[in-house]
Design a protein around this ligand. Structure first.
Ligand code: URA
Length: 240
């Protein structure tokens, strides 16, 4: 898919989300929040669901949690417009309650289709509801900062998944904020791993094809979180 095709496909999904009446959450929404970001990014962040500010603006992570997410990204030299940010449920649960299982299930096809279009190398889950979609059967305190391959059922069969705490939890608890900075610091190296794994899988599927080339040559340089200065923007390679 070209970038223009991905952009159009994502916009078509967003239009369906805005018109969706598939669960009770549509009744209380001001605006649905389909998600936003770079259509060619390799990195997708998945939160839980819109809060009050997101419901007003129709955009994900625009409140205080979003400000922290931007600071976390900035700590590794990344910008929010270079990744894609979306949520497990696209409409605000009343009083910011947890989304119900049937609401998550009703919204799941939208997330799956977004991931199929984006075909990311790396997914970052924010909070336990998002973690539950990609790493079921565990707890956020146990898995934050750890990585596993995405189940192809999620729509992102080529991706690695990193679990992180939700930024709202980090705003409440300094130790969680500290853990979040440590976890996001792992991302540049994980992205390199994800690319190498992906190149290897593609080479295995099509032996001798052009896809085999990255396995023979080093993966392109990405941000090095241990570097004292974040790399210049033109060195950020979050795109395929
Ligand atoms: N919290 C989320 O999980 N998602 C948002 O978009 C905003 C806050």
């Amino acid at each position: 898919m070209t970038e223009a095709e991905r952009r159009a496909a994502l916009e078509a999904i967003a239009a369906e989300v805005r018109a969706c009446t598939g669960c009770r959450l549509h009744e209380g929404r001001t605006r649905a929040v389909p998600g936003e970001g770079h259509p060619s990014t390799e990195v997708v962040f998945v939160g839980e669901g819109p809060g009050m500010n997101e419901d007003r603006e129709g955009r994900p992570f625009v409140g205080r949690a979003g400000d922290l997410l931007v600071r976390l990204l900035g700590s590794i030299g990344w910008r929010r417009e270079d990744v894609f940010i979306t949520n497990v449920v696209k409409c605000r649960p009343p009083q910011n309650r947890d989304p119900e299982p049937d609401e998550v299930a009703a919204c799941a096809p939208f997330l799956r289709r977004q991931l199929e279009v984006l075909d990311p190398s790396l997914i970052v889950t924010l909070g336990r509801h998002s973690m539950g979609r990609f790493m079921p059967g565990t707890t956020i305190s146990r898995v934050h900062g750890t990585v596993r391959p995405a189940d192809p059922e999620t729509g992102a069969g080529a991706a690695l998944v990193l679990a992180m705490y939700h930024p709202a939890a980090a705003l409440r608890t300094p130790a969680v904020e500290q853990a979040s900075y440590a976890d996001i610091g792992l991302l540049p190296a994980i992205l390199e791993d994800a690319r190498a794994r992906r190149a290897g899988r593609e080479a295995a599927v099509v032996p001798g094809s052009a896809a085999a080339a990255p396995a023979a040559s080093p993966t392109p340089p990405v941000t090095n979180h241990s570097a004292p200065e974040p790399p210049a923007l033109d060195q950020l390679t979050l795109f395929r």
